[in-house]
Design a protein around this ligand. Structure first.
Ligand code: SF4
Length: 344
């Protein structure tokens, strides 16, 4: 394995769900994530952003090995997860951890935190004995800013922010290389969100843990990913990918431009002059019956004939990648004052 080998690599991954329609009808295949090619390197932060039903959580579950791709490969340190031996697979499962949105559901309500945190360490033989497990848990609690006294409490006795920190502690106890954080701040008070984001940034910096941050919120994606990457998903497909700052300042895909147009901007000059991008329809098509060609074409204000006929591929464009037939013809759009768009 070379220095540049990604921790996780998805190669041409498709994930279909089958939904039953009764005894005598064949099931429908729904493509929840299609044609995904994505690498996450050591210490990288990647934000996956999209609306509900775009496939971002499905993608997160593929990355942690909870959902096996229908086609394509999931590689961990360059090795195919689904053809590796038992001990390598165990290493993968420990190295790639999930922090869920609903911290209450993620913790066993009838067990104390001591049990929930020490148990996996002993079960996975990551601690020599009970005393060693408690020592490791104390260190993890120090790292996430939770008092040791909280260890004998039950999940319902903690606040949402504390529970989310406990989930982070549980994840880092497994000595992960990558944490998939699926909307980790969407169910906690706004005032506590920043502390959880800062905790993730600290774990990323001090422990060099890579993060895949799944969200629908551009503000937190930009905050946590900083100099990392972002990918935008629409109806199961990646439509744009690149450095988070560059992509959000100069979005290329009309779908991302439309989403950013809808986000309030604190700068009054930009807000006043921000380019309008009226969609042809506000309704999101069903992922079970996606439109032909470009999946965004029924809503896209720039759509032409080719858009409904041919599916655009995610191709290198400017500093990143974009899946749009007309990417080089679409007017520039910017959130910066000094560039085209805001001050035109
Ligand atoms: Fe719009 Fe066509 Fe580009 Fe799709 S391919 S985003 S419909 S211009």
């Amino acid at each position: 394995m070379s220095e540049n080998t990604p921790v996780i690599s998805l190669q041409n991954v498709d994930l279909y769900y089958e939904t039953k329609r009764g005894l005598f009808k064949p099931p429908i295949r729904v493509g929840a994530a299609l044609g995904i090619n994505l690498d996450v390197h050591k210490g990288e932060v990647l934000a996956i952003v999209g609306e509900s039903g775009c496939g971002k959580t499905t993608l997160g579950n593929v990355i942690i090995g909870m959902l096996k791709p229908t086609a394509g490969k999931l590689l961990f340190n360059g090795k195919d997860v689904y053809s590796m031996g038992k001990s390598a697979y165990r290493e993968f499962r420990n190295s790639v951890q999930l922090v869920q949105q609903d911290s209450y559901a993620a913790l066993n309500p009838v067990k104390t935190l001591r049990h929930s945190l020490c148990g996996p360490l002993l079960h996975k033989k990551l601690a020599k004995n009970n005393a060693d497990a408690v020592k490791q848990v104390y260190e993890a609690l120090d790292m996430v800013g939770i008092n040791h006294e909280e260890l004998d409490k039950y999940p319902h006795e903690l606040s949402g922010g504390q529970r989310q920190r406990i989930l982070m502690a549980r994840a880092i106890l497994m000595r992960p290389k990558l944490i998939v954080a699926d909307e980790p701040v969407s169910m906690i008070d706004v005032s506590l969100r920043i502390s959880i984001l800062n905790l993730m940034a600290k774990l990323n910096k001090t422990l060099d843990i890579a993060f895949v941050y799944i969200t629908h919120d551009f503000g937190t994606a930009r905050y946590i990913a900083r100099d990392g990457n972002i990918t935008i998903m629409y109806l199961g497909k990646m439509v744009e990918y690149g450095n988070v700052q560059k992509v959000l300042e100069h979005p290329s895909h009309p779908y991302l431009q439309a989403l950013l147009t809808a986000v309030p901007v604190p700068d009054p000059i930009i807000a006043k002059k921000k380019r309008e991008l009226p969609l042809k329809s506000v309704d999101m098509p069903s992922v079970a019956a996606p439109p032909s060609g470009c999946r965004f074409h029924p809503r896209c204000p720039y759509a032409t004939e080719i858009c409904s006929q041919e599916e655009p591929q995610l191709k290198p464009f400017k500093d990143g990648k974009c899946a749009c037939h007309l990417a080089d013809q679409i007017p520039a759009w910017s959130l910066r004052r000094d560039k085209a768009g805001a001050e035109e």
